[in-house]
Design a protein around this ligand. Structure first.
Ligand code: ZN
Length: 142
């Protein structure tokens, strides 16, 4: 192969996974009337099919032509997030959501804290959590 002078390019790659889960938005410190006022129908148990987009940033490895193996990223997301959240009650069943109101905002931050330590330093670039077709939240870390 010819000698290359350029340093490896940095690219973003994204893996998308989905999970279906139930939750209710209810602050236990408030009475029912205040919960109904703030959260409306979402104070009652209901479900979503969530889509989590995980974007990793890194340099292309000159030997593999990849930043990382997308199968490894898929397996990591499934082990740390999907296996725990799919068909779960997000208010009760998920270890990394204990004690948190399971809004999309809190879920995406909790997912970040699950995934970031399992990836190489600085690799996790963005999480985007879709709660419905029209509503999503994004997180880029602290
Ligand atoms: Zn909801």
């Amino acid at each position: 192969m010819e000698e290359r002078q350029e340093s490896p390019a940095t690219v973003l790659i994204t893996r998308r996974e989905t999970f279906s889960a139930a939750h209710r938005l209810r602050n236990p410190a408030w009475d029912d009337a205040r919960n109904e006022r703030v959260f409306g129908k979402d104070a009652r148990a209901h479900g979503h099919t969530y889509t989590l987009e995980v974007t990793v940033k890194g340099q292309i490895d000159p030997d593999t032509g990849m930043v990382l193996d997308l199968r490894d990223l898929r397996d990591l997301i499934r082990r740390l997030i999907i296996d725990k959240t799919d068909h779960a009650d997000l208010n009760a069943d998920v270890d990394f959501l204990q004690g948190q109101l399971p809004t999309a905002e809190n879920i995406v931050v909790a997912c970040w804290r699950q995934l970031a330590p399992a990836l190489g330093s600085g690799q996790l670039h963005r999480l985007r959590l879709w709660e419905s077709e029209n509503n999503s939240v994004e997180y880029y870390g602290e």
